[in-house]
Unconditional design. Sequence first.
Length: 277
Amino acid sequence: MAKSVALYGWGVLALLCFAAAPASAQYQPRALNDPPTGEKYHIEAAASFWFPTADIVVASAGGGTLSGLAGTQIDAKRDLALTDQRLTMLDLVLRPARAHKFRFQYIPVDFTQSTTLNRDIVFNGIRYSLGIPVNSTLDWKTFEFGYEYDFVVKNWGFVGFDLQAKYTDVQVSLASPLATEFAHARGPIPAIGGIARYYVVPNISITGEISAFKIPDSIDSRYNAHYIDLDIYGTLNVTNNIGVKGGFRSRDVGYLIKADSGAFTLKGIYFGAVLRY
């Protein structure tokens, strides 16, 4: 009996050694110069759903500057019953070399609402009185073109800066039984920013980006503008070609053009998918 048990034990040990040998042969440690999962690509596309809270205030005097009617500071939520909505973000990155990237982003923002005014407001020289039903729309589209250079590129991540040209197109319109008016502002906004990414494990990264631009009041008190965009997110790369991400984004834009002004702040979490080639 003891001899049978001994033979059985040696047989099990031999089987374990045989099974362990192929597994050991299959294991290959990551090369020192091997990029982490998700950093081997030339084209990257991402689509995300953004769930921001909106804080929007606009004022437009329009022809009211001639009649003496100053534009009212209109709070889109309090005065126009604007409600927060899910937005879409689209990103495209072309990377001809590991440290060089050309980036494009498009974020369409469209709010449409109806309400009955709870106070008198003046918009584009027209007075809208208390109790009047008003339909309003806010159409805000942003196109972003940028070049990113990563001056530190390691297997743990990278650090870089980017130069951006953001084209912003904003239109706010009010329609009532008495009048329909709209205010329109658009133009390119240059910006400079920084980006850093760190891989906590070879397929999970944390990234932070910020870009900003400002025209100070000291240049001309009738004109000023600012733009601040903050984005912090984590990415899980299932393979080199597929990943999912989630994060927090804050975008703050403001302008003053003579008697017209606007302040737009969107901030909240988002979730998306990433495809690479």
